[in-house]
Design a protein around this ligand. Structure first.
Ligand SMILES: NC(=O)c1ccc[n+]([C@@H]2O[C@H](COP(=O)([O-])OP(=O)(O)OC[C@H]3O[C@@H](n4cnc5c(N)ncnc54)[C@H](OP(=O)(O)O)[C@@H]3O)[C@@H](O)[C@H]2O)c1
Length: 263
């Protein structure tokens, strides 16, 4: 057999490219609250990119759009998940034990009853309900899935926050909701620092993100007399921001347009 130096060059360049190709190839994303709104659009668009999508819903039986998406795309897996339930989160984590998840998106969130968070008439049970979904939910997901994310190539824990959680940009109203998002921001930023002390190098490399998706016409903020963007536009831009999260940006807070938001 003859050995051609040209062949060696080609082989070497292919081998040296291999890790880069693997890192950019389709990956796995887990999305909470993927049955409607921004979460559904994120699921649909990641599926369109060829990713494996673990699309979670509190009630998969009622998730008609998601079921249609999964029927058309075998890489979309619908899983039952209520982020307020320890048992539910642990059951899902047990099913995926040892499986790498490149991007975890903590999207599920509630605004809560606006009248129950009005100045002078606070209903504190409503505050607990909002915190259970918007703060405890993402924290519970991080505890349960951080090693799946750490075992992946991209290692990203991304959180759909809100600009109304910015203390610098505060205006009156929605005090429970905005407090829950400010608390989420603080928690994820703290985690971004805490993992740096973890002796496990894979956990140390986790990247935490906080993203404001814009004012999105999902029915979330009903009857707001302000211009809104569609869930399609929001999700497309949020995905670009997620892609832009590099280790040096871990713990930072960005707008869906990629602009940094003041704390
Ligand atoms: N829309 C906006 O203008 C806007 C602005 C800033 C930030 N955000 C944030 O963006 C995220 C998505 O909002 P969206 O507009 O898409 O809202 P949405 O259309 O109301 O969807 C919310 C999603 O969260 C799920 N969810 C609620 N409680 C849950 C729980 N206990 N466990 C698991 N899932 C739960 C819902 O599931 P069910 O169908 O079962 O209720 C639904 O899938 C939220 O975190 C929100 O705070 C939205």
């Amino acid at each position: 057999m003859h050995w051609y130096p040209g062949l060696a060059v080609i082989l070497l360049s292919v081998l040296s490219l291999a890790p880069a190709i693997a890192a950019e190839g389709p990956a796995t994303v887990l999305i909470t609250g993927a049955n409607r709104g921004i979460g559904y659009e994120l699921a649909r668009q990641y599926a369109g990119k060829g990713w494996t999508v673990i699309a979670t819903a509190r009630s998969p039986r009622d998730a008609a759009d998601l079921k249609k998406l999964a029927a058309e795309n075998p890489k979309v897996r619908i899983e039952k998940l209520d982020v307020t339930s320890d048992r539910s989160v642990k059951a899902l984590a047990a099913r995926y034990k040892g499986k790498p998840i490149d991007v975890l998106i903590n999207n599920a969130g509630i605004l809560g009853n606006i009248d129950a968070q009005k100045y002078g008439g606070y209903d504190f049970d409503t505050f607990d309900d909002i915190m259970a979904v918007n703060w405890k939910g993402p924290m519970r997901m991080v505890e349960a899935f951080m090693d799946n994310v750490a075992a992946s190539q991209q290692k990203k824990i991304m959180n759909i926050s809100s600009a109304v959680g910015s203390i610098e940009m505060t205006f009156p109203g929605q005090v429970f909701y905005r407090s829950s998002k400010a608390a989420l921001n603080m928690a994820m930023r703290t985690l971004s620092k805490e993992v740096k002390r973890d002796p496990d190098p894979a956990r140390k490399a986790l990247i935490f993100g906080l993203i404001n998706p814009g004012i999105v016409d999902t029915g979330f903020s009903k009857k707001l007399p302000i211009p809104m963007i569609t869930a399609q536009e929001s999700a497309a831009k949020v995905i670009v921001v997620i892609e832009s999260y590099t280790p040096d940006k871990s713990g930072a807070f960005f707008d869906y347009k990629g602009t940094k938001i003041p704390w």
